[in-house]
Design a protein around this ligand. Sequence first.
Ligand code: GAP
Length: 458
Amino acid sequence: MSKLTMDKLVALCKNRGIIFPGSEIYGGFANTWDFGPVGVELKNNVKKAWWKRFVQEDNSCYGVDAAILMNPRVWEASGHIQSFGDPKMDCKNCKTRHRADTIIENFSKGTVSAEGMTNEEMEKYIAEHDIKCPNCGKRDWTSIRKFNPMFITSRGTLEEDADKVYLRPETCQGEYVNFLNVQRTMRAKIPFAIAQIGKSFRNEITPGNFLFRTIEFEQMELQMFCKEEDSMNIYNNYKEKALKFVKDLNVKEENLRFHDHDKLAHYAKAACDIQYNFPIGWQELNGIHHRSTWDLSRHQEYSGKNLQYTDPFTNEKYTPNVIEYSIGADRLTLLLLCEAYDEQQLEDGETRVVMHFHPAIAPYKVAVMPLIKKLHGEKAEEILTILNKEFMTQYDESGSIGKRYRRQDEIGTPYCVTIDDDTINNGTVTIRDRDTMQQITLKVEELVEYIKEKIKFI
Ligand code: GAP
């Protein structure tokens, strides 16, 4: 197989109705993408698989769907507003963001204060002293900008009345602010988790690489509230669970690795990413963070509400520790597109592009194809109405069967059902497997159960 590049993937996604450039007829809008009819199924299936594994199959995890627009005090508590106006620059090589003044002060071991320096003066100092990225060791900085990490909108009717509100840059704050609501209404006992899936918005300085880093994206986040003495065990369990989840979606182990962080935020006890070997190199897929009592303590301080938990057996009152597991739905979708992509040389000399998605996340589960439209079309439509009550089903009656198979391979449809004379005479169909290209014969009434069994995500 020739090497997969992002450009190749972008082209396939556009041509096959998976993902289109955002606002394309207006010349686009950088780093926004629209999911097409095939892509929306793919991403919905990714979200469903995550929800099934982490919410449905875990009775101690409760889902929420919190508002995107939150009381601005939330962003004071989270620390986002304090960082407005900090002089920031990004490392173009490893895409990490740094405060330019801190970089200078750390480099000079506190002998130089960057307070009062202009951006130009800081850039000059960094260049003259050849200061490298503390994360990757390269010197490839963006220019310094006073950066506002959040998109701002307003809620007033007249501009002069407008109160600033922010599009959330992460979904987890909706989980923290509902800690007590969920705990009380669900009579939840610690350890328990709150999860949600939703849109986040970030004014990224260096977005790019297709879905990898965009300014609007979906996150799947989960906060596990626990006692301090159990917290490291829970953290380690989530590392393993998060890795198993991706492997169970047919991602090869050799393309995944843990990256434990050496440098931690002052409140954090441990932090780790799972990285994937994307076409752009090893990059973060998701994060698992031990955040101690930081988030609930901050919200307690800023809201003035008591967010302590009372142990129902001992009456002990305490602020729970939080283990966070956070993964981008779009980034995981990108990973699954990269992992699924394959170019195969066939015996007849042709090449087929095939997406080997796990059947549970494949956008369409089955395609119905009448061998000859005139003779088998009516029967095929009958079978289509049986299948599309159960599954996302494609119907394709144009072109040779070979061409129709190729079209389905390119969007990863795991099964193709051909309707021919045998269907009309004996009530049987042939069903072709995307990966092996083998065909078997089934009775029409066996089809639904056969496919249901094959597309399970366990
Ligand atoms: N609440 C913690 C948090 O938001 P993060 O590392 O900033 O942590 C978590 O984001 C995950 O969200 C990342 O691992 C990535 O999968 C996804 N993500 C973050 N920024 C993104 C962006 N600009 N575009 C796409 N996905 C992004």
